[in-house]
Design a binder for this molecule. Structure first.
Ligand SMILES: *[C@@H]1O[C@H](CO)[C@@H](O)[C@H](O)[C@H]1NC(C)=O
Ligand SMILES: *[C@@H]1O[C@H](CO)[C@@H](O)[C@H](O)[C@H]1NC(C)=O
Ligand SMILES: *[C@@H]1O[C@H](CO)[C@@H](O)[C@H](O)[C@H]1NC(C)=O
Ligand SMILES: *[C@@H]1O[C@H](CO)[C@@H](O)[C@H](O)[C@H]1NC(C)=O
Length: 634
């Protein structure tokens, strides 16, 4: 077919797609709308890439796309943009549009969501929280209805799921459980959203009201992030040394440590498929490095690879805690795709792993749900043995520090792309750092100064280094202290120097929030300390701080009293330990303080241990966030 000629059916299809993207029905697609669409379809892109797509299509340079301009997509066959749209469009089936009579359409917005995801997540949550006494008022939810969206409305299920994904994130004592009122519900939702953010979920465009109203696309988007973080938590070498069994010839542990959880899962599946004598799966959806999804089509399409995988990982009776389970391979030669998938899932069920996918999801290769299915298989039955007597330098194996994890979660919660799994390795091309500069309002010249991936095969590192040099240059315009930091250090992944830059980015981000609240008035450590002292004194509290290094902070009493000063009556003093405190007492207070800060609306990333150990940087962010919350009150 000639390019440029569009059939009537295609025209209608394009109309329909355009309508779906144009959320506010103003007959134009703007970058926000495109961003939402890509996100829903699992193809989230950083802001600059979305803007690039707009620029490519925007002929009259009004920064938005009319329907006529949108038709250009058809002519761009084969290009990255066309491929992205094609994927999104192909996934149109299976995405439900809600409109018409729903409440949302009355606000002039129309969003779509996946019924498959709703079904999968409801079943997962039902199982995960089955025995939780605090969730019995909503569980079990019916996966075939929209009950999920009303059930999450009081925040309890969300808090519980977050705490399951990253244990101890939420102090149980801070969840409002009884006699809920609109106010206490709002508090639960604040707690859920701010805690989700602290574990690295991107929640920037979600508010408590959205969750209370149960907006399906937002609820599913948040739940997927929470569930995924939990599923991926142990797919990491420092948490599971047996993963070293996946080393290939000539590789070091360091190489393996650089892989993302998705990449490790793919390796893992291939390891077992290879042992089964079955063909390997050999690629990621690598055209745009959005999420390097396991090639779910190939893994699942005909269910046969899954049969082999189950057969390889099923317990062989060698471990006395796990009775032998033999996978019945009879369904392997079933001719009908759906029936074969069902037969495979019945075997998964015998392993207690019939989760996330239906036969239809297996046959269609739904990427998210198949990824979750495989991750769950890995978590339950890794079937790997830690290699012995080999030249493996286990000394290299260091888990990430708390500080590194906090920085990483902070970045991810701002929606940087790609997701940062390894602080140093994933910043070596500076793309994430450059996105962070945008977040602190330092303009980035994406068109002229940045080499964007994919990088050429030859000279890749030079391109990355140039980006790093630019990142350091921008730091100078931002008046950062960069003594001794060069682009090369970022490119090398030098921990000390990378941390020094990242901390300044996070600090500036935190201060910017305060300055915006204070109509642009400059803020520094001293001003925050003064504000803390003043607020405590005015509320008649006895605590004070002299600096963010003040050892007294270790008890968290200053934080707790400040919270009570900002929202009088919020702290239950019966739960607060006072007097001469043991380390455990301090930790209890700190957990309570951090969860309470989040509950009254402060987006705190720091961890309880940071307060107990009085880590000045993280302590500063806690007080700064509380100051922000306090200023909002004023
Ligand atoms: C959170 O997780 C910890 C550790 O798993 C547990 O002790 C605590 O009760 C949980 N709290 C909630 C709110 O589920
Ligand atoms: C994945 O690999 C297959 C063959 O192994 C190839 O046909 C396909 O084009 C690859 N896809 C991508 C996205 O690289
Ligand atoms: C990182 O940079 C610092 C300061 O230049 C240097 O002392 C240190 O040795 C470097 N670390 C590595 C691992 O190269
Ligand atoms: C805060 O209070 C402490 C203790 O009274 C005092 O030493 C310090 O100077 C005060 N800091 C500021 C910035 O007001």
């Amino acid at each position: 077919k000639m390019s440029g000629k569009i059939t009537k059916e295609e025209m209608e299809e394009m109309r329909e797609i355009f309508g779906k993207i144009d959320l506010d029905n103003d007959e134009y697609i703007c970058d926000y709308e495109l961003h939402e669409l890509l996100k829903e379809a699992g193809h989230q892109l950083p802001g600059y890439m979305v803007r690039e797509i707009i620029q490519k299509l925007d002929r009259n340079k009004d920064n938005k796309i009319s329907f006529e301009e949108f038709l250009i997509v058809q002519e761009l066959r084969g290009s990255e943009i066309a491929k992205t749209f094609r994927k999104v469009i192909n996934r149109k089936e299976g995405i439900l549009a809600i409109g018409g009579t729903s409440e949302l359409s009355s606000e002039g917005t129309q969003h779509s969501f996946s019924e498959e995801e709703r079904y999968a997540f409801v079943n997962w949550i039902n199982t995960a929280l089955e025995k939780d006494p605090d969730c019995q008022h909503v569980l079990p939810m019916d996966p075939n209805t929209d009950s999920l969206f009303t059930s999450v409305g009081d925040g309890i299920v969300l808090c519980k799921m977050i705490n399951l994904s990253v244990p101890d994130t939420i102090d149980e004592r801070t969840i409002n459980k009884k006699k809920l009122t609109p106010f206490t519900i709002q508090e639960n939702l604040n707690l859920a959203l701010n805690s989700a953010s602290a574990i690295g979920c991107h929640v920037v465009n979600i508010g408590a009201l959205d969750l209370k109203e149960g907006k399906p696309h937002l609820v599913l988007g948040l739940l997927w992030q929470i569930i995924k973080i939990g599923l991926f938590a142990d797919i990491e070498l420092s948490r599971n040394e047996a993963l070293a069994a996946l080393l290939r010839d000539g590789e070091t542990l360091e190489d393996l440590m650089k892989l993302s959880p998705e990449e490790l899962l793919l390796r893992w599946a291939n390891f077992h498929l290879e042992n089964a004598g079955w063909q390997k799966i050999n690629n990621f959806s690598s055209d745009i490095k959005v999420v390097s999804l396991v090639d779910t089509d190939k893994l699942s399409n005909d269910s046969r690879a899954y049969f082999h995988l189950l057969n390889q990982i099923s317990p062989k009776g060698t471990d006395e805690n796990q009775p032998r389970i033999d996978i019945n391979m009879a369904g392997f030669s079933e001719k009908d795709d759906m029936k074969r998938a069902e037969a495979m899932l019945q075997q998964a069920d015998r392993l207690g792993c019939r989760q996330f996918v239906t036969p239809a999801d297996v046959v269609s290769g739904n990427p998210k749900l198949n990824l979750a299915f495989v991750a769950n298989l890995f978590n339950k039955y890794p079937a790997l043995t830690k290699p012995e007597n080999e030249d493996i330098d286990w000394g290299l194996l260091e888990g990430e520090t708390r500080e590194e994890r906090t920085f990483r979660n902070w970045m991810n919660s701002l929606g940087v792309n790609p997701t940062v799994n390894h602080l140093y390795g994933d910043l070596q091309d500076a793309m994430v750092i450059l996105q962070l500069y945008e977040k602190i309002k330092v303009p980035v010249d994406w068109n002229n100064k940045v080499n964007k991936p994919p990088y050429p095969k030859l000279g890749t590192n030079m391109k990355k280094l140039e980006n790093c040099n630019y990142a350091v240059e921008l730091g100078k315009t931002a008046k950062f202290s960069l003594v001794g930091i060069g682009g090369q250090d970022l490119n090398d992944g030098n921990a000390t120097l990378t941390l020094a830059l990242v901390w300044q980015l996070m600090r500036r981000y935190t201060l910017n929030v305060l300055e915006e609240l204070g109509d642009g008035e400059k803020v520094n450590d001293d001003i925050i300390v003064k504000w803390v002292n003043k607020t405590l004194a005015e509320a008649g509290k006895s605590t004070k701080i002299s600096s963010f290094k003040d050892k007294e902070i270790s008890s968290s009493l200053a934080v707790l009293e400040l919270i009570d000063a900002i929202q009088p009556g919020s702290i239950n003093y019966e739960l607060v330990k006072t007097g001469s405190l043991s380390e455990d007492d301090k930790l209890e207070n700190a957990k309570y303080a951090i969860s309470m800060a989040r509950k009254i609306g402060a987006r705190v990333y720091a961890l309880p241990e940071d307060l107990v150990e009085v880590k000045p940087k993280m302590v500063m962010t806690v007080f700064a966030c509380l100051m922000g919350r306090g200023m909002k009150r004023a």
